[in-house]
Design a protein around this ligand. Sequence first.
Ligand SMILES: *[C@@H]1O[C@H](CO)[C@@H](O)[C@H](O)[C@H]1NC(C)=O
Length: 395
Amino acid sequence: MYHYELLGGGTEHNFRKTLFIFFLCVIGLLLVFQLTNSKEEPVSKCLGSVTVPTVAPQQSTPLEQTTSKPTVAPQTSTSQEVTTPKPTKHVWDTMDGEGYQFSENNGPIVLDERYEKLNNLPACGDLAAVQVKPDVLEKVYTARKEFLDCINPIVAKYKGKPKEMILDWVAQVEICDKLPVFESLGVVPFENLHETKWAVLPKCKEENNLLTLGVGHDTIAEEKFNRTVPNTKFYGADPIIEPNRQMYSAFGKFFPFAIGKQPGFTKFRVLPNQNQKTRAYVFQDVTTIPFLYFVKDILKFKRIDFAWIDIEGGEFEFLDQLHNDITICQFNIEVHMKFRKEDGAEVFSEFIFKVLENQKYIFMKSLYTDVGVHRMFFINVQSPECLAKFFGQWN
Ligand SMILES: *[C@@H]1O[C@H](CO)[C@@H](O)[C@H](O)[C@H]1NC(C)=O
């Protein structure tokens, strides 16, 4: 019997041999499945139906409703929807695996109810030659005076204390936002996905320009503006090309670079396309174009009607150029102290003192949007062109 077995042969032994080989094959196959499982979604789902019965189908969140690309997202992207713990371990990196998902927007464009009225305004004519109405001047100057009376004593407390000033900023100055005289300025909101831009609408008709520095994958406010104020040309710059180019091109001209003071190639805090879900900004090398070069040489603007600036710390580079080097009628700006820890407070403080000294701008709508980040809205009350265009027909 022994001998017989060792030498092999006979049907009984052949049967055992086949069984053994069969088991080897099964184990081998299982191993192969296991390996592919960790890489590929379809296999994992197939296996899942046997061993992990509660793998939920991918639910579409609003951002994912229509996919322009096939979904090859790693399992992590659906981790919230899966109730059983995953056998495979994933390292969370800055890529959440998917770019911006454009929704199919086939509905008709609905114009804002103010569009008609704005479209029928009298032509602006040569604003540089226009005399601002005396009553307009008087009213704007009253607003400016009341603003300065409110803000000057507050800011004066922070002379020589830039750090304290920026830390206390919103809590201290928001009281001046409540000045009754501001109500008659006609400042209206344009809501973005993540914040609000403010504007005073034109009082005469001509081509308007709106400059977006830092598109940040969010053009809702621009689109609202486009449907509200006729004849507006939009120009947007952001060093992250997609999805910003595609979004902005729907209504305006997109420029794929960062804006700073010096030309160069520097680390900038940007929001990559893959990080839609986490909205995790990362530092990347980007090409920087000087602010004044962009506005004067590339765009060839004599004046900016609306500037919306949200460039993650880059704003500190050219705050000093907003005083005298360019005419901007109105601008929204986000000040990111947290990305300019070294001297951000000093730069901001110097900027504010100069603004109050020059009395060219009044500002309002100071609001924290994050720790060490606040927004503000500035109105030019000095340029006759701006006054004529935006306040010419006050009342
Ligand atoms: C922009 O506004 C114009 C009306 O001035 C409208 O015809 C156009 O469809 C709008 N574009 C977008 C993308 O909303």
